[in-house]
Structure formats: C-alpha cells, structure tokens
Write a protein that binds this ligand. Structure first.
Ligand code: ADP
Ligand code: ADP
Ligand code: ZN
Ligand code: ZN
Length: 830
C-alpha cells in the first residue's frame, strides 16, 4: 500500500458482480483522483456508475423514502457483497440521448438567477419607474414574460400560403392542408357543402371573401351534415329539412391550428400543425422575451437580454471593474450590493472560463451544446458550490476537448480534490490517465472476457502488468507510424460560409482521402463540418438534411447559404455518421437499426414449431401485436410513478423484461428463444450465427468497430453517443460500394480506448482505400497524425476563432506558427 494513502481513507468494494464484473474486490483511495481505464466494454462504467454510484444513490434514497426502498428491491440494488467507506456521490454523466427539458447555459449554471438579482437590485432604472423584482427579469414567469409572445420571443401566425400550400387543388382534394387528416377533415368539407360552398373548384377560383372566411373566421356555426351525400343531394336534403347524419361544428383552419398548437397533449399533433405556421420575431419585445419595464433596466448600458447574449468571457470583462471597485462609502447600499453580486458572478464565471467555455452565452439553449460542453458546465457548477466530502463520478470529461483545453479540465478536477472531495473518473485520454493518483485498470477485454481488475494502484505500477492494454499505450511513446499521405483525387470548394462564428469563410476539402478538422473547443469545427458542409452537400445531392430542427430557437445563428464547387462529379452520396441516438425510445436497438433482426426473425419463423403454428416473422417482433407481451407492449419495462421523485422504469412484471408472450418464447432456434437472442452480446451472437452469412457479416462489422460487448437488444436510449456513432458506421461499412461517398464524422473516437481507436482507424482507412472521402472533426492526435490532410480552425474560440489557421499534410500543419494544434501534432508525429 502506498504511504501517501492512509489505511482509513479508502472505499472498499467486496464481491462486485454487476453486469460483467467477475466478483471483484478493490480498494480506492478517497480525496484522490481515481481513474478507471480499460477497453470499451471492459466494465469500467459497471464498476464506477453501476456499482459505486448506484450504491451511494441507493443509500441516499433509502434514507429519505421507504417507498423508494421497496422500489429499489424491484429494480435491483447493485450486485455487490459490501462497500465500506463510501461517501455521498454526485454523478456527472454524459447525457445519453437529447435532453428534453428546455434549459439554457444560464439556467443550468444558475448564473441567470444571480444576474436577475443584479439587475433588480443594482440596475439603472429610468426616472420614476419602480423596482422590478428578480422574477420580473425571467421570461418564464408571468411577472416577466412579454404579454404578446408569452416569453417566447417569437409569435406564430398562419397565412393563406402557409395553410394552403397548393391553391390549384380543390377543397375535396385537401387544398386546406392544415385541417386535420382523415375524418376531421372530411367533416369540415361536408360542413362547407351544407353551407353551399363549392368544394370541387380549385381553391384559387373561390372568391377571396369565402377563402378568408374558411381559413380565418372565429365563428363556429353548427350545421346539419349529410355524410356520403353529393353536393346536389345535400342541397335537396337541406331544403326538405331531412334528418341529418349528425350536427357538425365548423372550425376555421386558423382556429384548428392555433388551438391544437396551444392545447394538444400530443407532441406529434403539435408538430403536424406547426408545419402550417410561420413564426416571426415578436413585434412587441423584438425577440427579447421580457416586459418593457424589465427591458428598461440596464446594467453597464445593456438590458438583461443583451447582456445574456454576450459571450461569457465578455460578461466577466464587463463585470470585473464593478467587482473590484472600492466598496462604496456613506450609505451606498446599492453600491455594496452591486460589488458583492458582481464579485460573486465573476468568481463563478472565472471557473467557466478556466474550463474553456468562455465562448458560450448565457442565452444559449442546452440542446445545441455537445454532451462534453454540458458535462463541463455541470462540473463548473459543482466547483463553485463548495461541497466537500463528496465523491464525483465522471464519465470521460475530456470528450470534445482539444489537448490544450484538457489542461484546464485537469486544473478544475484538482480544485475539487483540494476542496476535500474524491474523484472517480472513467477516462481514455492518456493525458488525464497520467495525472491520476490511482489507476484501476479493468479488462483484459470486453464483455465476458473482461470484468476483472488487472491493476489497482498508483500509475507507475501498471507498467509491470503484461495483460493490460492500457499499460501498452501509457508507457510507450505514442508515435504513429510515419506514413505517406495519400494524393487527393480532386477537391471540393466550399465558400461563403457564414454561420455562428464563421464569417464568409472559404475552405477546400480534398476528395478520396482522410481529412481531420482540428481546433480548440468552440473554434467553429462543427459549424463548418457538421453544419455548413453537410447542408451544402445535402442540398447538392437533394438529400433531406437528416435532422428536423426541433425548434426555431435552435436554428444556427446567422446561417447563410454557402456555395459548393469543385470536382462534384466524383461524388454521389453523403453519409453523416454522428453521435445522435439511433432511436428515441427503448423500442429501437442495434438489432433493429442495423437490419440484422429481420434476418433473425425469419430464421425463427422457419423453425418447425413456428411453421406448425403458422407464426410468421412478424410474430417475433416486439413492436407489433401478436407475439409481444401486451402488458408492456413489447418494451420489457413499465414506468413507475414516484411521488416527489423522478419516475423510474421497472422490469415488466408479466414477461420479466423478456418482451414476448409465453407462446412466442416456446419457439426455439438451436435451443435459444428470441428473447435469449436479444440478450446475447455481439460477440456471443457472432459465434452462434456463424453459418448464417447475412447475420454473421453484420455482426462482424459491429465487432470491428469495437462493439462486440453490446447486447443486441440493448435499448437505443442506453447507448452512449459514441456507441450510436459506431453502430451507424458499422451499418454503413456493411453497405458501402466503391467510391463516391463522402463520410462526415464528428469526433468518432469519443468513448474509445486507444486500442479501439486503432481498430476504428483501420475501418476508416478501408473506406478511403475504396475511393471514398472521409472528413472527421477530431481531437485525438493519434488519428490526426495518421490522416492525409489537416484543416486547423482557430486560433481561439467563439469570436476569436472561425478562421482557417493552417491546412496541409500533418507534417505541414505541425510546423504552423499560429496553430494551437501544431505543438501536440508535432509530439504525436515524433
Ligand atoms: P465500459 O465502461 O468499460 O465501456 P461497461 O461497464 O459499460 O464497460 O460494460 C461492461 C459489460 O457490461 C459489457 O459487456 C456491457 O455490454 C455490459 N452491460 C453494460 N450495461 C449493461 C446493462 N444495463 N445490462 C446488462 N449488461 C450491461
Ligand atoms: P467547435 O465544433 O469547434 O467546438 P462550434 O462550431 O460548436 O465549435 O462553435 C463555434 C461557435 O459557434 C461558438 O462560439 C459556439 O458557441 C457558437 N455556436 C455553435 N452552435 C451554435 C448554435 N446552435 N447557436 C448559437 N451559437 C452556436
Ligand atoms: Zn414578445
Ligand atoms: Zn412485458
């Protein structure tokens, strides 16, 4: 035992068996930086999150709620014999999937609250205006929200063009597209027939007055409806006062759209009607979302919305003089308050600046942030909340960080440690691993072949552990093999790029080679590659831009149309391999996404028992009625509502999480039922299906991208961004023919051990060798050094970035003067 760690200061784990852990026992020092290493799927997270954090959480919940205790018995406490000396824990995990709640940088960091207080108490008020309370500066309160747009900053309206996209259609042909589909729309049409309106002439030939009434009236006449009658028959029936099928209520298209948008419970319905609305800046607050009284109050000459739109680095600069001003003398209560609040804000802002986040604005909405940025924001919030005696469990905090930014991260972690806290960090980055006080290396491989502790102790000791893959990379200088960069087969020329911090930028991308786009966090890499380049290529190929913008606010600031030129004739297709989830519900998983489940279901349908019972392949789907468990509708989980606590998922009590009904599970293929297959890891399935070429090939590529440890049925919602990205890559690798495709990747190495990165590089090289073009945003110098071309964006972040600082072969960029990447690249090139 190292003399630096007193015997008493340890967390002791005995007999941990969560997931693939092999009944392991281990001791971890408290008040230290403990880093968990190992290849992807070896069991690091199962130990750090699944065991240590889960147990801390369980103890906490038990202490607050007996009901929660019962629930944990249902969900299952971590499978471990004992843990001693465990402090309370806070987890800072990478967000899996997209965050649903609308929040902003200001709200997650709580800086917005402080700023509102500052404006309320220390702002400049116009002559004669009373004080505005802090809530009055929030667009999310009735006191603060602009009465016109209810704090949205935008107002939604409908126009004839937006609701009737094709005026050459007749009403019967659904000219009024905004009306409900199916019965609801027919009903409106039948009502118009009763009202004597011609539903069989093109919309544009109806008198304007009639059109306006149909679209915009607030009247809701109730009229007899004769379902199935022709207009002529209806006319006669009305005249004779015949008994109608029913009485129908008319609702103008505007009324329908606005009402559904404001009141519908269904997100899908809202989304449908939103397509018929246009949004524009609120004419009252000009997009600032607040009441005039609040906007009248200024600080340093800016209203609070203007202030929230400054980059954090600027905010700190503006506040600093107030924070450092000599305390006001006689009775200047306001001045003292101002100094105190400005001081508090700048201290907190400094932490964010240290973490390299100075380019963000308070107003920036969290769904537009990368998972790494969000995790660092939450980390900063912890840093100034001054807790002590806590263990922070973190998941790859270096994700998305340029090596230059990693230094700042390490300093922040050091701050938490000095504050008397423990840090348990799952990490792949060698620079972070080298700084650990204590390493826990899990392995030797993934899944079944992992789950053992190869080493636990101070970093130097890992050197002697032969079985450790981490040791290999940690102690051998990370020089990549010198390689001759490939010659491009042509060039793409992207010009006039104006979006976020990029201004009228022109960039040339080589074709038929592997290009890495580098630069510090916030320099503009994603705006250029995942934004402008993807949009331009998608427009060129007429492919839909994959993501539908969820929300107007999240649209990129200042996006113009860039021009695309060069050797476009060489290209036929764009494939974007990003970190977005492969599905948003537990219903999608790797097996369904890659298409291999279709083959598996056919195999089951072809078994003698299935044939005898006439089960088709559809019987083996958990997404449709028939074979699935109806209690959980094939999800395997049911949601349990908890009072005062977030609701949790518990295994379905009817099928025990198997998703299928008993009859379906009676069908076996080589001794396994369909639920058993979904429970197999890729590695196991790879052996099991060795003589089924279609399935085998798909599994083979999944293993090649390092996903052999994943279970086929693991729900999409449980997969990390990096795993989702590799599943997409594997699916593409299975599909790709020769040449012509542009692959765009955003940090494909996130979540990968250096050993896994090597495998990924081989895959990317295979695509390039087949004539395709690969363009990746990348931070790992191992990958950058081995690419054919490098485009370095910078020099700084936000306003200080957005330029091409250097471009060329790795060797050329390594010598560039201005580039912050160059020194790291030089080191990697050796
Ligand atoms: P790492 O963090 O080292 O990448 P994990 O701890 O996530 O590894 O995974 C270790 C093993 O446990 C893998 O085989 C993985 O498939 C399995 N595993 C992970 N999460 C679950 C889960 N929720 N249920 C069952 N097995 C899981
Ligand atoms: P990188 O990929 O190099 O980390 P980004 O392209 O994400 O950099 O960001 C470049 C700049 O654009 C930053 O100042 C960032 O805050 C800003 N930015 C990025 N996305 C958005 C967005 N959706 N809305 C507003 N600003 C954005
Ligand atoms: Zn408004
Ligand atoms: Zn069920």
């Amino acid at each position: 035992m190292s003399p630096d760690f007193p015997e008493s200061g340890f967390v002791r784990v005995r007999g941990a068996r969560e997931h693939n852990l092999k009944d392991i026992s281990v001791q971890l020092p408290r008040d230290a930086l403990v880093v968990f290493t190992g290849v992807s799927g070896s069991g690091k997270s199962s130990l750090a999150f699944g065991t240590l954090y889960a147990e801390a959480q369980r103890r906490y919940l038990e202490s607050v709620s007996p009901y929660a205790r019962r629930l944990f018995n249902q969900v299952g406490a971590p499978d471990v014999d004992a843990i001693d000396g465990l402090p309370p824990a806070v987890a800072l995990q990478q967000q899996r999937g997209t965050p649903t709640a609308r929040s902003s940088v200001g709200s997650v960091t709580t800086l917005s609250n402080l700023l509102r207080m500052l404006y309320s108490r220390a702002g400049e008020y116009p002559e004669g205006q009373g004080i505005v309370y802090a809530e009055g500066f929030s667009p999310n309160t009735p006191e603060g929200a602009c009465p016109e747009c209810h704090g949205q900053g935008r107002v939604y309206t409908v126009t004839e063009d937006s609701m009737v996209p094709d005026p050459s259609l007749t009403i019967r042909e659904r000219a009024v597209a905004a009306w409900p589909t199916a019965w609801g729309g027919q009903n409106q049409r039948d009502i118009l027939v009763t009202l004597g309106i011609d539903v069989d002439v093109p919309w544009r030939e109806l008198p304007q007055e009639t059109r306006d009434w149909i679209l915009f009236t607030d009247e809701q006449p109730v009229v007899p409806v004769y379902a199935g009658f022709t207009p002529e028959e209806t006319r006669r029936a009305v005249k004779k006062k015949m008994e109608p099928s029913y009485m129908g209520t008319f609702s103008s298209a505007r009324r329908h759209v606005l009402h559904t948008f404001a009141h519908s419970e269904s997100a899908a319905m809202k989304k449908r009607v939103q397509a018929y609305m246009i949004s524009e800046e609120c004419p009252l607050c000009h997009g600032k979302r607040l009441r005039q009284e609040a906007l009248n109050v200024t600080f340093a000459g800016l209203d609070i919305t203007e202030f929230s739109r400054l980059p954090l680095a600027r905010v700190a600069e503006v506040l600093r003089p107030y924070a450092e001003a000599a305390p006001g003398e006689e009775g200047a209560a306001q001045a003292i308050a101002r100094q105190r609040m400005a001081g508090d804000l700048t201290r907190r802002l400094d932490v964010l600046l240290d973490l390299g986040l100075g380019y963000l604005q308070l107003e920036r909405s969290t769904p537009t942030l990368s998972p790494g940025e969000l995790q660092r924001l939450r980390l900063a919030t912890q840093l100034y909340s001054n807790l002590f005696g806590v263990v922070y469990v973190l998941d790859e905090p270096s994700a998305g960080l340029h090596p230059a930014d990693t230094e700042a991260l390490l300093a922040a972690l050091d701050g938490l440690k000095r504050g008397g806290n423990s840090l348990f960090v799952v990490e792949h980055d060698l620079d972070v691993i080298r700084r650990a006080d204590w390493l826990v290396d899990v392995g030797p491989e993934a899944g079944e072949k992992g789950g053992q502790i190869l080493y636990s102790g101070p970093p130097e000791g890992l050197k002697d552990v032969k079985a450790s893959q981490t040791g290999k990379y940690l102690f051998t200088a990370a020089h990549s093999e010198p390689h001759a960069p490939r010659e491009p087969s042509g060039w793409l020329d992207l010009s006039g790029v104006t979006r976020n911090n990029l201004q009228d930028l022109r960039v040339r991308f080589p074709l038929g080679v592997l290009t890495s786009v580098t630069g510090i966090s916030g320099s503009g890499k994603s705006s250029l590659v995942s934004g402008a380049l993807v949009d331009a290529l998608a427009a060129h190929f007429g492919q839909p831009v994959a993501e539908e913008p969820d929300d107007q606010d999240d649209a990129p600031a200042l996006s113009g149309t860039a021009q695309l030129g060069g050797d476009l004739a060489q290209l036929s297709r764009l494939v974007r391999v990003d970190q977005k989830p492969i599905g948003r519900t537990p219903r999608s998983n790797m097996a369904t996404y890659t298409g291999l489940f279709d083959h598996v279901r056919k195999l089951f349908a072809a078994t003698p028992l299935a044939k005898k019972r006439r089960y088709s392949a559809g019987r083996f789907s958990f997404n449709v009625k028939g074979g699935r468990c109806e209690h959980c509708q094939g999800e395997g989980w049911v949601m349990v509502e908890l009072l005062f606590l977030p609701s949790v998922y518990a295994p379905c009590p009817v099928c025990q999480g198997k998703r299928y009904n008993e009859q379906t599970l009676e069908v076996e293929y080589r001794g396994k039922n369909i639920a058993d297959v979904l429970d197999m890891t890729v590695d196991t399935a790879h052996e099991f299906f060795a003589d089924e070429p279609a399935i085998f090939r798909a599994l083979d590529t999944l293993r090649e991208v390092g996903l052999g440890y994943l279970r086929l049925g693991q729900p999409a919602t449980e997969l990390s961004g990096g795993e989702a990205q590799r599943i997409k890559l594997a699916t593409e690798l299975g599909r790709s023919g020769r040449g012509g495709t542009v692959y765009i990747l955003d940090e494909p190495t996130t979540g990968l051990h250096p050993a896994d990165i090597e495998r990924l590089q081989k895959q990317l090289a295979r695509l390039v060798d087949a004539g395709h073009t690969v363009i990746a945003v990348e931070h790992k110098m191992q990958v950058v050094a081995a690419s054919d071309w490098v485009i370095d964006i910078g020099p700084g972040a936000g306003e200080d970035g957005g330029q091409v600082v250097a471009q060329g072969t790795p060797a050329e960029v390594a010598e560039a003067q201005q580039s912050r990447t160059a020194p790291y690249l030089r080191a990697a090139l050796g």
